[in-house]
Structure formats: C-alpha cells, structure tokens
Design a protein around this ligand. Sequence first.
Ligand SMILES: C[S@@+](CC[C@H](N)C(=O)[O-])C[C@H]1O[C@@H](n2cnc3c(N)ncnc32)[C@H](O)[C@@H]1O
Ligand SMILES: [Zn+2]
Length: 363
Amino acid sequence: MEQATEGAARIRISEGVFYNPKMRKLRSISVLFLRALGMRDARLLDATAATGARGIRYALEAGIRDGVLLDINPAACRNAKANVRLNGLRLRVLGKSLQEFAGASKEAFDVVDLDPFGTPVPLVHDALKVCKRHAVLMVTATDTATLCGAEAAACLRNYGSVPIHNELCHEAGVRILLYFVAREAAQFGFGIEPLLSIADMHYMRLFLRLEQGAEKAHESVRRSGFGAYCSNCHNFAYEAGIERRVDAKCGYCGKRMQFFGPLWLGGLHDKRLLGRMLRLRDGGDGDVRELLERVHGELDTPFFYSVPKATSYLGVGSVSQARVLAALSSGHRATRTHFDDDGIKTDAGTGAVIEAVRRASEE
Ligand SMILES: C[S@@+](CC[C@H](N)C(=O)[O-])C[C@H]1O[C@@H](n2cnc3c(N)ncnc32)[C@H](O)[C@@H]1O
Ligand SMILES: [Zn+2]
C-alpha cells in the first residue's frame, strides 16, 4: 500500500482510492484558513473524504476534533477509517453519499468541505442543508474547462452562466462559481461572504462564510451581474443586477462588447484573514506563501488588464509589467493578480492603462 506524510498526517492510500499529492498545497492553505479563523471547537463535515487526508489534517493541524468524514465509495470509507485510527483520531467515517447523509441527518456543521471530482454543482444544495448559521463552506471545482469557457454550453447548463474564454477566464470562472453558490445559498435564506477565492493549477476553490437572513441572501444575489469585454482594445466593464445590462458599446474604442455572466461582482477575499494566515505560516511550503502573498497583495476589484494584450493592441514591443505598475502608481492603485502572471488590477480606467503601457514602451 502506498503511503504519504502530509503536514502532521500519515496517510495510507488503498487501491482505487483517490489521493493527489499535488493537492497538498491546497490542503495546506485550507488548514491555515481554519487555523486563522480559530475553528478548534467547530464541527467538521468532510463530505468527499477519499483517504481522509483533508479531515485528518484539519483535526491534527487546526485542532478540529469533532467531525464526520463521508465518502460514497466503500473502499474510500474503509481507507479513511483506517487512516483516522492510524493518526490517533476519533472522527466518524461513513460510507454514504452526501445526498443520502444530508437527506436523513439531523446534524449540522460549522465547517463543510466539498472536494469532488469535477464539478461541485450536484453537491452544493445538500451541503447547505447541513450547514449551521454562519458556517464556513469550502468548495473545490476542477471542471475548469467548463468554468473558463472552453466548454461554454456545459457552463450554461451547469452554472446558468455564460463564461468567457480569454485572459479573464479564471477570475470570471471563480465569480461564476460564487454566483452559483450565492443563488443556491439564497434558497436556504443564507447570504455569502467570500473570505478567500482562488484559481490555481487545475482547480478553483472558494472559502466562504454563510450569513443568515433573507436580506443577506438578497444582497448577495444583488451583488452579481454581468461583465462585458471588448476583444478589440481589451477594455472590460461590469454592472451588478441581473435585470440590467452594461452598455454593449465599448466605452474606449466604440466596438461591440461581448457579454458574460451572470457572475459574482462583490469582493473575493478577506484581507485581514489573509494577513493572519500569512503570519501563521510556519516554514516549509514556499508555494503556499507565494500564492497567498499574491492574493493578499491584489486589489479586490473585478477583472484586470493584461500587459501583452495592451501592447498588441498598441502594436508596440513587449513591456515589463513592473514598468506599467510603476507608471500607474502615481495617481492610481495598481497591483499584480494571482489570476494571471501578466495581469494588472487597477482602479485606473482603460484609457489610463493604455497610456501607461504606451509611455512604458517608449522609455
Ligand atoms: C477528489 S476526491 C477527494 C479528495 C480528498 N478530499 C483529498 O483532499 O484527498 C473526491 C471523492 O469524493 C467522493 N464522492 C463523489 N461523489 C460523492 C458524493 N455524492 N458523496 C460523497 N462522496 C462522494 C469520491 O468517491 C472521491 O473519493
Ligand atoms: Zn474596445
């Protein structure tokens, strides 16, 4: 049997049970997130446990001792049970689907983790059924081709949104996923507060808190709306409200813009929480720190400009991102973004960004 040591956990991996060592980074981020929130006394539901690696790490490293691990696959359930014992824990492990568990359960949880194969769409509703008020919900999606617009019809079918397939696709995908969860949560009278929202490697991951109340639910759906993108000058626009639409004409070059959405247009991160996560970071895992620092530093506004797209629009040679950031920094806020290595998030408009790129190209 294969074995792995991950964080404080020892994990044995049975034949036919899913374990991806590359997801260590995301599991480590999730541990830090729960530690920074101070969730020691929380009740955990790891709804898609596989080997149990996640739930076991949350117990050992974030101090969550009370919880249930679920997996629909009997081999995974046996494997997770053995791993719970191996790590000296008392978490309950059940061989049930989330749907079956949530349909019959009288239990409610403070922390719910969804980490399925592919899309989380079929699981979100049942996860919400067993969330306490103010619960923390973590959701992974690995159907990034769908959310990023390579499979636009599937995105419309599964998420009810039109995706966009360009440099904005990862951020737009995260926001489409947030919109989906906000709508599902609204049916239970919950609003959502995103605490950390990441697109990395082959996955997207939401960390959010539920807020109870019809007004909160309404407000979070109202924080969604449409985006528009100009494929000529790469200008973008957005406007909250499902019933309204942004102008179809590009405000910069006058060409027709392409719509995408509906998607979440509110904030993506709680920077104070991210600051606490970074302060907790204790050695090792340089990749975790690198990603969290990038997210912590990024301006939390929708969408960004791509420096190479701007130079190609202007027909000038390549320009360093640092120069454009420096050119924008007098008078505007401008940062890098974890969504795209070449991207700049800024409160400057398209005209100011294009001008900054032009000036940087002439230096
Ligand atoms: C990607 S793996 C989870 C990996 C694990 N969270 C980790 O970090 O190592 C997805 C798991 O979800 C289980 N699963 C799929 N559908 C499920 C459902 N409806 N209810 C419960 N478990 C489910 C699968 O059997 C599989 O073991
Ligand atoms: Zn334009």
